[in-house]
Ligand binder design. Structure first.
Ligand SMILES: Cc1cc2nc3c(=O)[nH]c(=O)nc-3n(C[C@H](O)[C@H](O)[C@H](O)COP(=O)(O)OP(=O)(O)OC[C@H]3O[C@@H](n4cnc5c(N)ncnc54)[C@H](O)[C@@H]3O)c2cc1C
Length: 331
């Protein structure tokens, strides 16, 4: 779920300048400066804003937040923030981090609303290395096995469009042994409606999201309205199909359309779910859980939380303002 964030919100204009975009770019630029990064890393992890979006640096943080969410009827999908993988050793460390968190969940007797899920990005498991497909498959297989033993499930994140085919191949192989392995699809891509058709068979868990990467026009819709329309088309395919759709969006119009389509197709509330990020649309998450639908929250943790936090802040000027204010007030 890393990568260059897509610019999707309505622009805030001032004298012909897109202020939201300017703020977003400035924040992302600022966040790459080492001195700024060091200062924020030291200051922010203990503070409310970082804690709002990231569970913490340690496995125990992910388990604690999972437990808190389970108590209010929400499930979790845990993602490890381990930074960019450039070596086999790093990929092995990432795999070990996933095995550790799955082990801890099992040891703590986690019984969430629905089984716990881990969100696994294949590039972090070595997909981009030499012989990457085999390496990532082997690592993902170990995680799937541990998850199955712990009563949890795995969903494979979708990286940018250059890795869609490789990711789907790995997921296909994983499903031979672990048929409940989920996969994310991105409605910004032209190909995704066809992928949804192919993947809407019984038992197939598909997480539908808009897409987090800046993609070229040859592969993806450039206009956010087209991405949203494609989301609705894909939802129609998935809700009408025999699979298990996972509606990953904070866009309330799409959430409502998903609910209407589920109703139209007579879906049992246990046959699909909603997914949102930790700290975003919290009231809506609770409303969905309270009305009896399944609500799963993506809970990120790990030492490389900084980049994830900065992307969440840059997505919304209001978040950036909140963050800067908290730093100024409390330093
Ligand atoms: C569980 C989960 C898994 C995902 N997995 C993947 C993946 O594997 N691959 C991938 O490419 N992408 C993934 N994504 C990201 C996704 O593709 C989108 O980039 C992201 O969810 C934003 O799109 P949106 O549908 O929420 O709509 P948007 O139009 O971006 O947002 C809708 C509304 O949500 C609110 N909102 C959104 N972001 C914020 C924020 N940071 N702070 C406060 N409010 C906010 C705003 O009110 C906004 O208007 C995932 C997202 C989720 C929730």
């Amino acid at each position: 779920m890393a990568g260059a964030p897509r610019h999707t919100r309505a622009p805030l204009q001032w004298d012909g300048v897109d202020v939201s975009d300017l703020l977003r770019k400035s924040l992302l630029q600022l966040s790459t400066m080492t001195s700024v990064r060091d200062a924020i890393e030291r200051a922010a992890i203990s503070r409310g804003v970082a804690r709002r979006f990231v569970a913490g640096a340690e496995t125990a943080d992910a388990v604690r937040v999972s437990d808190e969410l389970a108590r209010v009827g929400r499930g979790v999908s845990i993602g490890y923030l381990g930074g960019e993988t450039t070596s086999l050793e790093h990929a092995q460390q990432t795999k070990a981090a996933y095995l550790a968190v799955v082990g801890e969940l099992a040891a703590n007797g986690y019984i969430g609303h629905g089984r716990a899920e881990v969100s696994v990005p294949l590039p972090a498991l070595g997909l981009g290395l030499d012989d990457g497909r085999r390496v990532a498959l082997e690592h993902a297989r170990e995680i799937c096995r541990a998850a199955a033993d712990a009563g949890a499930v795995v969903t494979v994140d979708m990286p940018d469009h250059t890795m869609t085919d490789a990711t789907l191949h790995v997921v296909h192989d994983l499903r031979q042994d672990f048929p409940d392995t989920g996969v994310a699809l991105q409605t910004c891509l032209h190909r995704t409606e066809a992928d949804c058709r192919e993947l809407s068979y019984a038992g197939s868990r598909v997480r539908l999201c808009k897409g987090a990467y800046r993609e070229p026009g040859s592969a993806a819709y450039q206009d956010r309205a087209d991405v949203d329309k494609a989301y609705v088309r894909c939802l129609k395919v998935l809700m009408a199909g025999a699979g298990y759709p996972m509606v990953a969006s904070h866009d309330l119009r799409l959430v409502e359309i998903a609910a209407a389509l589920a109703g139209k197709h007579g879906r049992d509330p246990k046959s699909f779910e909603y997914q949102m990020r930790y700290g975003i649309r919290i009231d809506e998450q609770q409303r969905i859980a309270d009305r009896g639908d399944q609500m799963r929250v993506y809970v990120p943790f790990g030492s490389e939380w900084y980049g994830y936090l900065m992307r969440r802040l840059a997505e919304r000027p209001a978040n950036a303002a909140l963050f800067l204010r908290s730093l100024l007030v409390r330093s």
